[in-house]
Design a binder for this molecule. Sequence first.
Ligand code: IMP
Ligand code: MG
Length: 369
Amino acid sequence: MARTSHQRYVEIMRDVEDLINDHIAHQNRGTASRSKLKLLVPTVGTFFTPLLLAEAFTYQDQRRRISSRRFVPPSFNDIRLTLNSAQIMSLVRAGPLHLVTFDGDVTLYDDGDSLTAENPVISRILGLLERGIKVAIVTAAGYTESEKYHGRLYGLLDAMRAAVIERRLEKPNLVVMGGESNYLFVFNSEAEYCLEYVPRQMWLLDAMRLWSEEDIAALLDVAEAALKECVNNLGLSADVLRKERAVGIVPSIGSTVRFTREQLEETVLVTQQVVDMSAGKTIPFCAFNGGNDIFVDIGDKSWGVLACQRYFGGIQGSQTLHIGDQFLSAGANDFKARLACTTAWIASPAETVDLLDELALHDKERVDR
Ligand code: IMP
Ligand code: MG
């Protein structure tokens, strides 16, 4: 029974793989709007690479024994992990992979935590850097000082500094893009807090240079008013936090209650719509649910990833992988990265570690071959 199920699932995966290949052929001819896949899934985006779905399913089936289950059919998580494997296999096969970008909260460390010295992701990121792969942490967390980012990421930054001093790592390429697409810092083992601020003029994309300070302030004013109205209407115990490039609400100081999912989602959707209808036409923005806070940031992770790709000399979307946890289309900030590169959707820091191990395994197989 398991063998028959496996064969049937693999056939389905191969069919979807073919649909994607056909869509890519249409993309290359400029007729993506007429592909069969587009008709079946109108919201489907641009594919940067094919997806080796049949092979990836076999890999995940060995680990998760999907075909051996009698009552529980392939689940959302089975499919999500199969897609991640397929993306990684394709990236390695078409290779080389040049840039991996990571979200922060939930992807590298638990929500609201920091990347501490014992985090198992550190050795995996050092592995990427040793193999010459560039790394960017593209996070919503928006600070202007390197000290704050060091406070969140010190486990990794200190390990990198030690590796450089001990000559285990030569010229590692790592940047931190904060506030989605607003603050760029580059790793420098000799800099205070291991990070050097890169002035905006050195990395802004041409389109971003058109975002005027007045328009930015006007957008944040509208967003702030919308957030305050939600706080009032929903009776939230929340403080408004206004920054240079963002505005958000966080639980009131001293309050231990968590916002409910309904409160968070309603606030994101209302704010998104209010800003969309007024200020959002001139400047891109990202309203998202951060788990127990809500932020509206100027720009979004597609701009953040694109700016990193350019900063590193023009890396393509098909050579870049963004790993994040927020890919539901409403109120999720990693979703936008899909416009700039290939993506993997993880659900916990442990899954990120598994994914990086899988990447290293396929990489090694390619080199051995
Ligand atoms: P990410 O998962 O790395 O993108 O980080 C998201 C979290 O960063 C949010 O949930 C907030 O708690 C936190 N954060 C701190 N400052 C900002 C900001 O300026 N904009 C958005 N999120 C922020
Ligand atoms: Mg996150």
